[in-house]
Write a protein that binds this ligand. Structure first.
Ligand code: NAD
Ligand code: 0WE
Length: 254
């Protein structure tokens, strides 16, 4: 398209329900050119099918728990696009066993994996992306209320999200001088692949909708629109923040 078209790389598309996919659609509508990554060969087919339908978008494979895959991806992005203006990190994982029972039973390996995939990956991706963001830009990651208040069974993911939100502040401090802004979106519960396996999700969605000031659950398109806003000129004064897109749920005390 135009010479001034901005380019973003998006991590975390598994299927059409992925928050990353809702963000991709809003960015594409806002005129962005997109590089979209998926985790592995297993998810490639479904992801590629979606990406093909998004004009100008290209798919890349990248497992963020491997430094070499991150390095190779950003070499390819540099060769293909030269510079970047946006990064979307919409990736999280903890072994399923950690998301049931008590936090007290968190294993060393479960803790390590949750923090490696869900937190360290943001730092690694930000470091690899920064040299390509030569004219300023933004990085957005996804977090959840379980970072600050106890959500039963969210367990080690809550601790990982707290570390993710703190990482957003430290990265924002390091990268601010390069005019790179780093923010998190704290989304209310959404029925995605990462949420579907959770027992009691239906009840959680119901009680969330009842307690939230807007009396409903959040739509993935609303999260996508907020990411597009944060990455746009309209977000130019915002960095290091956690922005709630949760229909107001987090403001309630009772
Ligand atoms: P999702 O399953 O569609 O997305 C999670 C993505 O993480 C998948 O695409 C998966 O392939 C990717 N991933 C996991 N391990 C990876 C690895 N090693 N390398 C590369 N990619 C890897 O589910 P989602 O709900 O869209 O989750 C996206 C983000 O939103 C996560 O950070 C999640 O914690 C956050 N979030 C979700 C909700 C919710 O209720 N669904 C609410 C708030 C925040
Ligand atoms: O961040 C998340 C989910 C992240 C997630 C989901 C899974 C399921 C499959 C991370 N790792 C895995 N590992 C798997 O094997 N959310 C905000 C959604 C979510 O997950 C919950 C929730 C909510 C909300 C888990 C327990 C309680 C509430």
């Amino acid at each position: 398209m135009t010479e001034t078209q901005k380019t973003a790389v998006i991590f975390g598309v598994a299927n059409k329900r992925s928050i990353a996919w809702a963000i991709a659609q809003k960015l594409q509508q806002a005129g962005w050119r997109l590089a979209i990554t998926y985790q592995n060969e297993r998810l490639a087919q479904e992801a590629k099918g979606l990406i093909e339908d998004l004009p100008g978008a290209k798919g890349f494979m990248c497992d963020v728990s491997h430094d070499d895959q991150i390095a190779k991806l950003f070499e390819e992005l540099k060769a293909k696009y030269g510079t970047l203006q946006g990064v979307v990190h919409s990736v999280a994982f903890a072994p399923a066993a950690e998301l049931s029972g008590e936090f007290l039973n968190t294993t060393r390996e479960g803790f390590r994996i949750a923090h490696d995939v869900s937190v360290y990956s943001l730092i690694a991706v930000a470091r690899a992306a920064a040299p390509l963001i030569t004219q300023g830009g933004g990085i957005v990651t996804m977090t959840y209320y379980g970072a600050e208040k106890v959500v039963p069974k969210y367990n080690v993911m809550g601790v990982a999200k707290a570390a993710l939100e703190a990482s957003v502040r430290y990265l924002a401090s390091d990268l601010g001088a390069q005019n790179i802004r780093v923010n998190a979106i704290s989304a209310g519960p959404i029925k995605t692949l990462a949420a579907r396996g959770i027992s009691g999700l239906g009840e959680m969605l119901k009680s969330h909708a009842e307690r939230a000031p807007l009396k409903r659950n959040v739509d993935p398109g609303e999260v996508g629109a907020t990411a597009a806003f944060l990455l746009s000129e309209a977000g130019s004064g915002i960095t290091g923040e956690t922005i709630y897109v949760d229909c107001g749920y987090n403001i309630m005390g009772f």
